[in-house]
Design a protein around this ligand. Sequence first.
Ligand SMILES: [Zn+2]
Length: 198
Amino acid sequence: MRQDFKLNTKTLNEQLLEMLFPTHCVGCREYGMLLCKNCWDNIDFLDDKYEEIISICSTKQPLIRKMLNALNCDLIKGLNTTAAELIFKFLLERQALPDESFVISYVPIHQRKQSIQGFNQSETIAQELGRLIGMPVLTLLKKTKENPSEYIAWNCKGSKILLIDTCLTKDTQIKDCAHILKQAGATQVSCLTFARDF
Ligand SMILES: [Zn+2]
């Protein structure tokens, strides 16, 4: 009963939020959804890799720049789900969905940063992708130091991992993370980012 009450309260909150801050397309501001069909269809997927790292789209496309800025600031609730849906579509179209021998993981941020900003967008995108594919999402890395970055990995011996990050930059750390996972015993690490920033 109490659970029902909570659920109803949440729904009411969501309804109020929708009244106060109606959902608009992040691309063209059309009312009704986070990414309208027209903007969704206009996203150009990338078909080249950078040093074996797959990025599904580029920030050279203004819509992707907008999405990334909003994702990094957690400005729009549910945009992580939209990003995961685009990754899912990208993998599906290329018949590249990981098989059930894989697990999903993500590039972590330092605990201090996480407690200040309250989220790690790579983790939230990975969680949504895991839900869409029906695949477990595991925390296999911890960032132990900033400047220079240091990570530790655990619990990945013999694992095949799809490693997710939000954006690939020139000083990307996803490669370092993949290397550390392999050193810790992972047999395969496939790196995938939502956007590429160069
Ligand atoms: Zn739109």
